[in-house]
Ligand binder design. Sequence first.
Ligand SMILES: [Fe+2]
Length: 232
Amino acid sequence: MIDRLENSDSDSSVNGKRHVAGNSAGAALMEKTGNSNKDPFELSFQFVSSMTSLVNALEAKDPYTAGHSIRVSNLAGKIAEQRNGVSPEVKEVQMAGKLHDIGKVGTPERILHKPENLTKEEFDHIKKHPLLAEKILAPFEKLKSVSNVIKHHHERFDGKGYPDGLAGKDIPVLSRILTIVDSYDAMTSARPYRPAMIPENAMGEIRRGLGAQFDPEFGEIFIRLFLTGRIG
Ligand SMILES: [Fe+2]
């Protein structure tokens, strides 16, 4: 059996705050990228509509995902901004955050919502979502690098993650950022199978995972942002 608390980063598309539907990732995606003149990816309105539709499809299947994707997007953007200031990679990681769980449209709802621990077979099913995201996004040439960031958002710094078991700096930079904030938001969100962890305890878990699951440099940035009240 798979301990879902320990693997909270690995099956993290749900959160307990269903009331955020009006601030869904789909709506936010539209709002933030709707103006093609200001968009670093020079996305067309049609393109943004397609992405919004995809996110909406996932949210319809799993309402918990709505708040999760947009929070992950915002938190990831803050770390990227600390690293290099306001740069294209901030927008890129924000976009990756919004779309990072899109592959879960292929995960059966009975697994997504299962209150008990997952069997190995069920967990193997969930582990397919980064590669499925890559497939879903493949027709969009402009999302090539975003797609690669998403593909590797469940790699671990020690090489024990998936899908490719990449380690350390071999993991794309923005994927390493995404992993940290995805795990944090998963831990601080209520799930069908466990209550939410308080932020202080979740930060403790991030700290314990530095160098193992998480990139130490970005983990330290995230912890510093938290300690200085810039994230809650
Ligand atoms: Fe994921």
